[in-house]
Design a protein around this ligand. Structure first.
Ligand code: Z5A
Length: 206
């Protein structure tokens, strides 16, 4: 079972993965919490470089590095966990590439499709939780918690394109996406996610 969390910066993914992970572990499930970019030793080392402020990284280079990290992440962490019957909670996955590199950087979706299919070996999230918040509010929350990195520091119009792409993907695939109002209090967001995840696990007989 693969559950991914997506949304613009500051929407609360990390907070909600922590809460859901603790909740599911408390219910006796075996849970793996992971993230992209990162999730492996190699991926976490590359993450530092890729997101470093002031680093000159072209759109194609950026795309290929995200994909290289994903290939390692799938092989080393995600596939073995799924095969072992674990619930994988992943902070960003394939949808982020369509939103940021596809919509934000204007890279052809066909290229992203091909690379994503190659590196994920066909794995698709069973459920994607999209935390929905206005760009200005997400960036404000993000700025208040720590320094902005290279991608976070992009213009507001870039982040608006990213949000629009997430909204479209969720509309096109309502079976997989669950949109949550991320303006709500942390506990209220968690309650909505808990209910959805419990129903999803039930529907898979887990
Ligand atoms: N990226 C890409 O371009 N292409 C790809 O294929 C992939 C990724 C996989 C790093 O991602 C960058 O990688 C990201 C996209 C790109 N760049 N940008 N921009 P990341 O997920 O690691 O980084 P992030 O999006 O900046 O996540 P974040 O800053 O860690 O935000 P978050 O996890 O969504 O939020 P949070 O840390 O849980 O919460 C932020 C703050 O808000 C914190 O102080 C919380 O206490 C607070 N918070 C959370 N929820 C609430 C509620 N409900 N109310 C009030 N305050 C709240």
């Amino acid at each position: 079972m693969l559950i991914t969390f997506e949304g613009i910066e500051g929407c609360g993914k990390t907070t909600q993965i922590g809460l859901l992970g603790d909740y599911l572990t408390g219910k006796g499930y075996s849970v793996v919490k992971t993230r992209e970019p990162g999730g492996t030793g190699f991926g976490e080392a590359l993450r530092e470089l890729l997101l470093k402020k002031g680093m000159n990284v072209g759109p194609l280079c950026e795309l290929l590095v995200f994909m290289a990290m994903r290939a390692q992440h799938v092989d080393e962490v995600i596939l073995p966990a799924i095969k072992g019957g674990k619930i994988v909670l992943c902070d960003r996955f394939t949808d982020a590439t369509y939103a940021y590199q596809g919509s934000g950087r204007k890279i052809d979706t066909g290229i992203i499709d091909t690379l994503n299919n190659m590196v994920t070996k066909g794995i698709r999230p069973n459920l994607t939780i999209l935390l929905d918040i206005a760009v200005e509010k997400g960036l404000k929350r993000r700025a208040a918690s720590s320094d902005m990195d290279r991608i976070e520091g992009e213009k507001i119009s870039f982040h608006q394109k990213v949000k629009k792409a997430y909204d479209s993907m969720a509309q096109e695939d309502p079976k997989r996406f669950f949109i949550v109002d991320a303006n709500l209090k942390i506990e209220a967001v968690h309650d909505l996610i808990k209910t959805k995840v419990n129903n999803t696990l039930k529907s898979y007989g887990i």
